[in-house]
Design a protein around this ligand. Sequence first.
Ligand code: ZN
Ligand code: ZN
Length: 196
Amino acid sequence: MTANQSDASIHHDPAHANYHDQFDHKDTHIHSVTALSDSDIAERIATANAHCTKQGVRFTLLRERVYRLILQADKPIGAYDLMQQVQDERTEQARQTGDTSEAKRVAPPTVYRTLEFLLEQGFIHQLTSKNAYVPCCHPRHAHTAIFLLCKSCEAVQEFGDLSVSGLLADIKQLAGFAVQDGVMEFQGLCAKCQVA
Ligand SMILES: [Zn+2]
Ligand SMILES: [Zn+2]
């Protein structure tokens, strides 16, 4: 992607149309990324799998596990917690099957590489303010994402369709810098918490 492409053109890129058919909710472009149903999660895993096959990259068991844990988490989840949960799953499996090779320790670099992969594929975003990961509401390659983080209930919403093309054009013009992807994080109170 180049900075010359407007956000709108990214959004309507036919290569990503498939994702949008599946994830775009017609009524709103703001999506909670921390309250996914089991069927949402299953659908996203299947879509991610198909995406990887198409891209000729492997959706390994570990990649799927880490992605699933991020989808299942009810708040942004950090690398350490992910490692711990992958380890717990392995230990539990080893206990059930008696196959102790499954229980071998998860190496932190492996988990970091897995997170790197999921970021590259556009399945997840990294929230630097929380040092944690969330699933992307519109999984697709490099795009600018805007996150609204509620300080009170910790809800996390991704603005899937807010146009940032003007901002990117300004950056290109004023700084000569070509933005390829990025995450903007805004802290505040969600609509519910303002009433409470
Ligand atoms: Zn996103
Ligand atoms: Zn809130």
